[in-house]
Design a protein around this ligand. Structure first.
Ligand code: FAD
Length: 377
């Protein structure tokens, strides 16, 4: 989110540096990047038209407020971290949207439900592999770096609590690398992946990420349900063709559609984008991260840890957010990424639910039986 906001603002500043006062600027895409650019340009006195394919703003920000749920559900982003450049976290405070600190350390359980301390085995193996990769002549996947460096050759015998060294590497990969990138390690770069876990200053947004959007969109001319299918750009200005057959002209344009849209070619550029842009679009990949929200009548768990992970076993869901200590409600959020997420995306709800519940088994605490009174002799 910080990155989306930063790039939107950077593009807006570049436009301001090149444009004459009062020019008409089209912004394509009303996600955080497009909205940030549009807001900045509007506040700087430009005429702005924001063109959005969907019938709502926000893009991947997708907050659902539903009477069946006790608080807003985030189908897209939930977390915000502090950045020296944009301070999105402070924006939530300014807007009165509740956030709470979120720990990076999880409670980790084995398949059998035993709570275990996480050793640095997995982290060290990944760090060794990435250091080795930087010494190689060309980039490679993290998986190739793990194998090529020998860092993945770990013992499969029980190193304590029924968990082997190899299990701890698989744990690191599944709960940190896959989730951070939304991609499996055979798709992550050995040169550009970080060996560290995410920032330790993350906050979880409880009051609805979408609260950011209303203020950002205030007073901006929005053309929603309008897919841009062609963008013709000349020295004299730009012309946008919409899926409805209508067209729109502006002096300049900022394009914030996702990489996946650029890769699909549904948006035609005339002339074609410069060679380097096309090369980057072709080479980069999109990650996949999916969430499953589950609401229970009663908690079946006894831990107050907000973040849960599991080690060993072959569950699809190994990372869980426990909303109970944050909201008082028995709601859990399961995260899946990369190849697992892509496989489950094609499954029906019952299959996904079964996979999610299997991942929760280590946290299940059977109810204590009520003692039956002994009849008096
Ligand atoms: C499940 C999930 C969880 C995430 N969690 C976090 C998190 O906790 N913290 C975090 O910082 N980030 C998180 N992210 C990432 C974050 O959501 C994205 O990086 C960010 O929202 C991207 O914003 P954007 O404006 O670049 O793109 P988008 O939000 O995708 O906006 C692009 C917009 O362009 C529109 N568009 C596309 N094609 C066209 C077209 N042809 N014509 C007109 N409009 C078009 C789309 O409809 C969309 O509204 C998460 C993402 C997902 C999916």
């Amino acid at each position: 989110m910080q990155g989306g906001r930063d790039t939107g603002l950077r593009a807006a500043r570049e436009v301001i540096a090149a444009a004459a006062p009062g020019e008409r600027i089209a912004v394509i895409g009303a996600g955080i990047a497009g909205l940030s650019a549009a807001r900045f340009l509007k506040d700087a006195g430009f005429e702005v038209v924001l063109v959005e394919a969907r019938d709502r703003i926000g893009g991947r920000i997708d907050t659902v407020s539903d009477k069946n749920w006790p608080f807003p559900i985030e189908l897209g982003p939930s977390f915000v971290s502090h950045s020296g450049t944009t301070s999105l976290d402070e924006e939530f405070t300014r807007l009165g949207i509740a956030t709470a600190p979120f720990p990076s350390a999880s409670e980790t359980r084995t398949d059998a439900g035993t709570v275990v301390a996480v050793p640095d085995t997995g982290q060290k193996a990944v760090a060794t592999a990435l250091a080795w990769a930087t010494q190689q002549a060309s980039d490679m996947s993290v998986q190739s770096a793990l194998d090529g460096s020998g860092a993945s050759k770990l013992s499969t015998t029980d190193a304590g609590g029924g968990v082997s060294e190899a299990d701890w590497l698989a744990f690191r990969v599944a709960t940190v690398l896959d989730i951070d990138a939304g991609a499996s390690v055979d798709h992550q770069s050995g040169w550009y992946t970080s060996a560290d876990a995410g920032a330790d200053d993350e906050r979880i947004v409880l009051g609805g990420y979408a609260g950011l959007l209303t203020k950002a969109a205030e007073g901006i001319d929005l053309l929603d349900s309008s897919v841009v299918t062609k963008l013709a750009y000349r020295d004299t200005g730009v012309s946008l063709r919409l899926g409805t057959g209508e067209s729109l002209s502006a002096d300049r344009v900022i394009v914030t559609v996702p990489l996946g849209v650029l890769k699909s070619g549904v948006l035609e550029f005339d002339p074609a984008l410069p060679f380097a842009h096309r090369g980057a679009i072709a080479d980069l990949g999109m990650g996949t991260l999916d969430k499953v929200w589950l609401q229970f009548d009663e908690p079946f768990w006894s831990t107050a840890a907000p973040l849960w992970t599991t080690v060993g076993g072959d569950e699809d869901f190994r990372v869980w957010i426990n909303m109970m200590p944050l909201t008082g409600e028995p709601v859990l959020v399961g995260l899946v990424a990369g190849d697992t997420a892509l496989r489950l995306a094609g499954a029906d709800d019952a299959t996904v639910l079964a996979a999610a519940l299997r991942g929760l088994t280590p946290f299940y605490v059977p109810p204590t039986p009520t003692p039956t009174p002994t009849p008096a002799a």
